[in-house]
Design a protein around this ligand. Structure first.
Ligand SMILES: NC(=O)c1ccc[n+]([C@@H]2O[C@H](COP(=O)([O-])OP(=O)(O)OC[C@H]3O[C@@H](n4cnc5c(N)ncnc54)[C@H](O)[C@@H]3O)[C@@H](O)[C@H]2O)c1
Length: 375
């Protein structure tokens, strides 16, 4: 008999936690939000539940009856004890390792021994966050993507202790939430962020040297086939977040057999000066050699990291393709791109990315030109 989830606790009632909980309440789950104090609980409830649902009703996107049903499933507290009835608790507190470890100790003390404990961390290994939890088989990662009310991807992250029952319950929970879950093993940044973060690091490394922001954004759109360029997306998410994520990924992987691009000084300087990229900073370059260099560097690095993730068994080819297309809205995933380009040309770009110092050589390409990927 599998685990049944009816009541969901959410730690942290801000941007991510609020959206994750509202999504669950809309899908029929009872939701209990936990914040630091009663004032925050009331303020966040007003902002993320009362006003957000009223706005949907006003726009004709939700009926008054549905709003009342959903709001009726939601409560808030500043007290861990009130999370005792939860079948699942999703932690979405601030991104600080010590704080998260402490949260899981508190949850361990008040929740049932079989209650599932999951973290929405973006950067920390699930294994480390859960080291102090009893029955670690019931722990996992549940990684949503911003904006979590719109982005449908969820990475269900298994650490080495996660048991099958917990994994199956989280996959079913995600599906009932009308999300697209993919299965990922515990790894720095999990599966999607290593691809996305290395892509913008490589792109940013060309800023100023030979290209303005308008050119880089244009190239990213052309190479990936996306509507919104990578520079535009970075401006939206904030350069501070982008810089810190880049620095931690390089710290985790830079010296391993995977490797990771160096943190571009351009990103650091821009973030420290409190600015964003100016997307109208001049004409788009028409220098063919420069455009080819940026394009090939981007593709080569995407192919390297995607291959490393498969070789390390972090994710399957199918799930990485699905995840990239869903979370990042790229029309094609890295493996379809490699097959389309042809493996000889792919191998040339991989070698060039390795020579540029972005990544170590993936085993698949070490012996020469491999067969196309089996999609
Ligand atoms: N924002 C994103 O784009 C994004 C995307 C994916 C994952 N995440 C991850 O989700 C988590 C939350 O992100 P966010 O952007 O909502 O963070 P945030 O900093 O905006 O909000 C965190 C909330 O947690 C509360 N909090 C802190 N300690 C708490 C405690 N002990 N008990 C209860 N509440 C507590 C804070 O008061 C705050 O309201 C982070 O781990 C982040 O890395 C964020």
């Amino acid at each position: 008999m599998g685990k049944t989830i009816k009541t969901v606790g959410i730690i942290g009632f801000n941007v991510m936690g609020a959206a994750i909980g509202l999504n669950a309440a809309t899908a029929g789950y009872q939701v209990i939000y936990k914040e630091l104090n009663d004032e925050l609980v009331a303020a966040m409830y007003d902002r993320w539940v009362t006003k957000a649902l009223a706005a949907r009703v006003a726009k004709g996107k939700m009926s008054q009856n549905d709003m009342e049903l959903i709001a009726g499933r939601i409560s808030g507290t500043a007290n861990y004890q009130e999370l005792a009835p939860c079948d699942l608790v999703i932690e979405a507190a601030v991104e600080k390792m010590d704080l998260k470890i402490q949260v899981f100790k508190e949850l361990d003390a008040v929740c049932r021994p079989d209650a599932i404990l999951a973290s929405n961390t973006s950067t920390f290994l699930i294994e480390k966050l859960m080291a102090g939890v009893s029955n670690p088989g019931r722990t996992a990662g549940l990684h949503y993507f911003f904006p979590a009310n719109i982005n449908r991807l969820v990475e269900v992250i298994r650490q080495k202790e996660t048991d099958d029952e917990t994994y199956a319950a989280l996959m079913a929970f995600s599906e009932k939430n009308r999300k697209v879950p993919i299965s990922v093993n515990d790894f720095p940044g999990f599966a999607i962020n290593p691809v996305f973060i290395s892509t913008y690091m490589v792109l940013n490394s060309f800023y100023d040297k030979s290209c303005n922001a308008a050119t880089l954004d244009h190239i990213s759109k052309a190479v990936l086939g996306v509507k919104y360029g990578i520079i535009w997306v970075l401006n939206g998410s904030g350069l501070g977040t982008a810089y810190h994520a880049a620095a931690s990924m390089n710290e985790y992987l830079g010296t391993t057999d995977v490797g990771f691009p160096p943190v571009p000084n351009q990103l650091k300087t821009l973030f420290e000066s409190g600015k964003s990229f100016d997307l109208e900073d001049g004409p788009i370059s028409e220098d063919g050699a420069v455009i080819t260099k940026v394009k090939e560097s981007l593709l080569g690095s995407i192919f390297c990291i995607a291959t490393h993730l498969i070789e390390k068994k972090v994710v399957t080819i199918k799930d990485l393709e699905l995840g990239i297309c869903t979370a990042l809205t790229w029309p094609k995933g890295p493996f379809a791109m490699m097959n389309d380009l042809g493996m000889a040309e792919t191998a040339r770009l991989v070698s060039s990315a390795v020579e540029s110092g972005y990544f170590k050589m993936p085993k698949t390409f070490a012996a020469g030109v491999p067969q196309p990927w089996d999609l």
